[in-house]
Design a binder for this molecule. Structure first.
Ligand SMILES: Cc1ncc(C[n+]2csc(CCOP(=O)(O)OP(=O)(O)O)c2C)c(N)n1
Ligand SMILES: [Mg+2]
Length: 591
């Protein structure tokens, strides 16, 4: 046995559990932990400029690669409260991050000590476990359990709060014989798989709905195999986007009220059976449950038992890890295929493809100020299938999901459920830290970009290159559109005459100057034909300077983006594509 400070044991466990990338910022109450990281030497640390940003960086880092767990660290008091939004974003999308906070000494927790706040209670509803460790000898076990919890069942974040005297206390600990605790993975039995396939093969127009659980289980290949063996088309959810390549003949489009395709919704409405795997029936996917479920049979597979029946009662369900479920389903489906027990779904799949080939939205607008659709058209030209897109919320995110293309899992990294403004920039830094060889392209509206803008300096300081496309309408665009229902345009304008930048014609903030001031490169675009050259220049600047490169596109102020309140009632505000030239980068060409 070896005697050491509890924090030394903690950092040894981080290494043994394979979680050595941290994001955070020190303060007096967490200094002992920083001392342990310094002494250890093997823990990497990126100094954020805002603690909330550190938590989103940790999430981006986790999401970029299977097995990753990003860590965010802050001191006592406000550092922990700043990270609450990060915990919420992570738990809402089933993403493990480990949040470590400093705390006042145990004996002073109830004395209104400086920056002593009951962070474990505050964090409890937004984490799988939030705990203040009161006994130093419990530190190793607490970290061990945290890793087991983060990885088990429905993944999610954990917060460990360490009073400063607990951090400094010495304990006996042996890392040599330390073992991560086993991770339970509920499986799908053969009988369950047979029942599901019996129900599926009784249908005429079946669909698979592929959720983010498939990405968490690292099982996208198995999903594509199941689709190919059965011939059944796939609808990825927003969290599952990338589980099947957009150009796969069995990719039927996304369904929903906002981040969806016209052909995806039309196909869902034609279906008579839906097998949901690792998905949550999010309300912006289903819209009104009656419209979504009417005339359809549903099977739901999810790792978390209480997710079954949460939104509507399925006709059959299995509690299983998505990867385990897919493996058994593929095994049985292959046998059934050999025995000719799987109907030929060729005509149905072809009809889905036919909708995909005709129901496209127009993108080839060439007016000034630029229409946003044109930005995504040019992004499709500039960025290939290896690009990892990062986005959060707003008209920008909605249109990106409607018009961009994703070909691989973990290449659309989006705060799908919580949608906190400001998430995009730090999450992109986390993604680019996890995968430095990949082109990371973040997409923000002008408001999202302003929330945690100072983090650009982190990218410049630590040489974390990525491209940030900022679509600037000088508006809280999504909220402006939703205020139409209230007949107002109130408190949503970001425009003002910037006395230092008259060339902005009232768009307000000079993002180019701000970005440059923070040590990054930036390009502004006013004309549609300049978008592609700007994106190409950005790619070069990225390599040359190894810092974030911002491409700001000045958009028309008022845009209404396709959306609705029911999947059979999505309102189109712009022209639809009638011929290939209207949507030259559409995933399926019209002519
Ligand atoms: C912290 C937080 N507050 C408020 C919202 C509600 N909200 C969603 S989108 C949006 C406006 C986004 O504006 P912008 O980033 O410029 O994107 P646009 O819709 O204009 O493309 C707001 C305020 C939110 N998602 N997060
Ligand atoms: Mg905006």
């Amino acid at each position: 046995m070896t005697r050491m400070r509890s924090v030394d044991a903690a950092v040894l466990i981080l290494e043994k559990e394979g979680a050595t990338q941290t994001f955070g910022l020190p303060g007096a109450a967490i200094n002992p932990f920083y001392r342990a990281m310094k002494d250890h030497g093997g823990i990497k640390h990126i100094l954020a400029r805002h603690v909330e940003a550190a938590s989103h960086m940790a999430e981006g880092y986790t999401r970029a690669k299977a097995g990753n767990i990003g860590i965010c660290i802050g001191t006592s008091g406000p550092a922990g409260t700043d990270m609450i939004t990060g915990l919420y974003a992570a738990i809402a999308d089933s993403i493990p991050i480990l949040c470590i906070t400093g705390q006042a000494p145990v004996a002073k927790l109830h004395k209104e000590d400086f920056q002593a706040v009951d962070i474990a209670s505050i964090a409890a509803p937004v984490s799988k476990w939030a705990v203040t460790v009161l006994e130093p000898a419990q530190v190793p076990g607490t970290f061990q359990k945290a890793f087991q919890l983060m990885r088990s069942g429905r993944p999610g974040p954990v917060l460990i709060d360490l009073p400063i005297d607990v951090q400094l206390a010495e304990i006996e600990f042996d890392i040599e014989t330390y073992e991560p605790l086993p991770i339970a993975k509920p499986r799908t039995t053969r009988a369950q798989a047979e029942k599901i396939l019996t129900m599926l093969t009784a249908a005429e127009h079946p669909l698979l709905v592929a959720g983010g659980g498939i990405i968490n289980a690292d099982a996208a290949d198995l999903l594509v195999e199941l689709a190919e063996v059965t011939g059944v088309p796939v609808v990825p959810t927003l969290m599952g986007w990338g589980t099947i390549p957009d150009d796969h003949p069995l990719h039927a489009g996304m369904v929903g009220l906002q981040t969806s395709h016209r052909y995806g919704n039309a196909t869902m409405l034609e279906s008579d059976f839906v097998l949901g795997i690792g998905n949550r029936w999010a309300n912006r996917h289903t819209g009104g449950v009656d419209t979504y479920t009417k005339g359809r049979t549903f099977v739901h597979i999810d790792i978390e038992p209480t997710q079954i029946g949460r939104v509507f009662a399925p006709d059959y369900s299995v509690v299983s890890d998505a990867g385990e479920a897919l493996a058994t389903l593929v095994e049985v489906a292959k046998e059934w295929k050999d025995d000719a027990r799987i109907p030929d779904y060729g005509v149905w799949a072809k009809s889905c493809q036919q909708r995909k080939g005709t129901m496209q939205r127009k993108t080839s607008f060439d007016v000034v100020p630029i229409k946003p659709q044109r930005v995504y058209q040019e992004m499709n030209k500039a960025f290939g299938p290896d690009t990892r897109y990062v986005s959060t919320i707003g008209l920008s995110q909605i249109q990106a999901a409607q018009l961009l293309h994703v070909f691989k899992p973990r290449h659309w990294i989006n705060a799908g459920q919580a949608g906190p403004l400001g998430w995009t920039l730090p999450a992109a830094l986390g993604v680019a830290t996890a995968d430095p060889d990949c082109t990371v392209v973040a997409l923000s509206g002008d408001y999202d970009f302003q929330f945690l803008l100072e983090e650009l300096a982190v990218g410049a300081q630590f040489k974390i290159p990525y491209i940030h496309v900022v679509v600037n309408n000088a508006y809280l665009g999504l909220i402006r559109q939703s205020q139409r229902g209230f007949e107002m345009d109130y408190c949503v304008q970001l425009s003002f005459d910037n006395i230092n930048a008259p060339e902005l014609n009232g768009y307000g903030v000079d993002f180019v100057k701000v970005s440059e001031g923070l040590g990054c490169k930036a390009i502004r675009v006013f004309e549609p034909d300049d978008i592609l050259p700007a994106l190409e220049t950005a790619k070069k600047l990225l390599v040359e300077f190894e810092v974030p490169v911002v491409v700001e596109v000045i958009l028309e102020r008022v845009t209404n983006v396709s959306m609705g309140t029911e999947i059979d009632g999505v309102v189109e505000f712009e022209d639809l594509a009638e011929r290939g030239l209207d949507a030259p980068t559409a995933i399926a060409l019209l002519d």
